[in-house]
Design a protein around this ligand. Structure first.
Ligand SMILES: Nc1ncnc2c1ncn2[C@@H]1O[C@H](COP(=O)(O)OP(=O)(O)OP(=O)(O)O)[C@@H](O)[C@H]1O
Ligand SMILES: O=C(O)[C@@H](O)C(=O)CO
Length: 423
């Protein structure tokens, strides 16, 4: 069937987040890692392409997003979703705005909306300002993110330098008046030449209103949560459902590994809880990795019983991250960690690991690429925005939980693994 929605995600955990919430509609969701080389004769109702473009130079990000759009259009999609982080992570120059503007041009769209709100995970947009729980974004732990530190909470100010056309706001007071009022406000703003509209949302009911008002736009942009009511609306358009939403696990075997390159506050708590529960764990030091390579970590892994699901992490407090970045540079510090975790993932698979819990979007991108995964089927949700995903890697069936840095409860790693426990 032709896809009801074609989505492009700027990182891999973001893509599984989106795919998991689309799957709540009950319709089949296929997640492609990167732009497929060939068309698929049987695309799913919801097609998601995962890119790793959040921190790339804007021209490269735009080129990848255009290629993804081309594939989705060729598959028959006519409505599109540009998914970025619920904490609006971007470099100062992009890539949220440049990609949105490029997709708008391709689609002939005069206006689009931006709504990163994800109420279930504590992300709310009010008067154009993004909150993480009760904290403004710039006062939340996101201010210390290793690659995209967010030091402003105002989405208009963040977006304006990233786009050529004018940025405006449809605020909560308008959203509270319902879909028709929001539609009228978007038309009024369009009349003023405003192409990029931040839309407030603090609760799921707001997302329902926004979805109803905007469902016919060729391009919608936002966090994953807005796609959830959209999926419900599109899936209810009377087309047959192509298969059930959640895929079944492929009996992945007892070996497991947890790999964490996320330094978010929630991941730090999850790493600490997992280690405290007595699981084997190895901490990676980026400076040591840069000087000595990954050999010692591979040696450690080779001695581990993978049925105990060992943890390997570079996760560290902001001061330690800054110290590594001062020594190596921001990019190199991230890259050595990503490369090491990717190598360790392949080594773990070759020793029998079949379940992989991976924390961090950039990290997940590096790991899935190294595992040679090109397509994921979406399974049961472990936590809001984190489903188990099933794939093939090196000829074997594997299960992957790609966890966004800030998602999940403290016991996430053990909880995820227990869902696919093999006796
Ligand atoms: N100790 C460290 N020092 C410096 N950089 C690190 C360290 N540990 C991890 N990193 C890098 O920090 C980056 C973390 O980004 P990543 O996207 O993986 O996590 P996240 O941003 O918390 O997750 P998400 O994007 O899903 O919210 C990666 O590039 C990783 O390699
Ligand atoms: O939207 C989110 O918060 C996540 O899906 C994400 O993009 C993390 O990288």
């Amino acid at each position: 069937m032709t896809p009801l929605l074609g989505a492009i995600a700027d990182d891999f955990t973001g893509a599984t987040d989106l795919a998991g919430l689309l799957a709540r509609s009950g319709a089949r969701v296929t997640l492609r890692i990167g732009v497929p080389d060939a068309p698929d004769p049987d695309p799913a109702p919801f097609e998601v392409i995962a890119l790793k473009i959040r921190t790339l130079p804007a021209d490269q990000a735009v080129a990848s997003a255009r290629a993804a759009l081309g594939w989705l259009r060729a598959a028959g999609a006519r409505r599109f979703f540009w998914k970025y982080c619920s904490t609006f992570d971007s470099t100062p120059r992009g890539n949220i705005g440049p990609v949105a503007e490029a997709l708008m041009t391709e689609l002939g769209a005069a206006q689009t909306i931006y709504c990163p709100a994800f109420p279930e995970n504590g992300r709310a947009v009010f008067m154009g300002n993004l909150f993480v729980g009760r904290q403004p974004l710039a006062e939340s732990p996101m201010k210390d993110h290793p690659l995209t530190p967010m030091r402003d909470s105002n989405l208009m100010r963040l977006l304006a330098p990233q786009v050529r056309s004018k940025v405006g706001l449809a605020d909560r007071l308008t959203v509270a008046r319902g879909p028709e009022a929001l539609r009228a406000e978007l038309d009024r703003l369009a009349g003023e030449g405003i192409a990029h509209v931040i839309v407030d949302a603090v609760a799921d009911a707001d997302l329902q209103v926004i979805a109803r008002a905007c469902q016919d736009l060729p391009l919608i942009t936002g966090g994953s949560a807005l796609a959830m009511p959209l999926a419900g609306l599109y899936a209810a358009t009377g087309r047959p459902k192509a298969g059930a939403g959640a895929a079944a696990p492929p009996a992945p075997g007892p070996g497991a590994v947890v790999l964490s390159g996320s330094c978010s506050a929630m991941t730090r708590a999850q790493v600490a809880a997992y280690e405290a529960s007595g699981r084997p764990a190895l901490r990676l030091d980026p400076v040591k990795l840069a000087l000595e390579g990954v050999g010692a970590a591979l040696g450690w892994l080779s001695t581990q019983d993978l049925s105990a699901a060992p943890l390997i992490y570079a996760t560290a407090e902001p001061e330690a991250v800054r110290a590594a970045q001062d020594r190596l540079g921001i990019e190199r510090a991230g890259a050595v960690v990503e490369a090491a975790l990717a190598t360790l993932a392949v080594a773990a698979r070759d020793r029998g690991a079949r379940r992989f819990v991976v924390a961090g979007g950039e990290t997940a991108g590096a790991v899935t690429s190294a595992l040679g995964v090109s397509r994921l089927d979406i399974g049961a949700e472990i936590a809001p925005g984190v489903p188990w995903c099933y794939a093939h890697s090196g000829g074997v069936a594997v299960a992957l939980a790609l966890k966004s840095g800030n998602f999940g409860q403290q016991d996430f790693f053990a909880h995820a693994l227990s869902m696919l426990e093999v006796s």
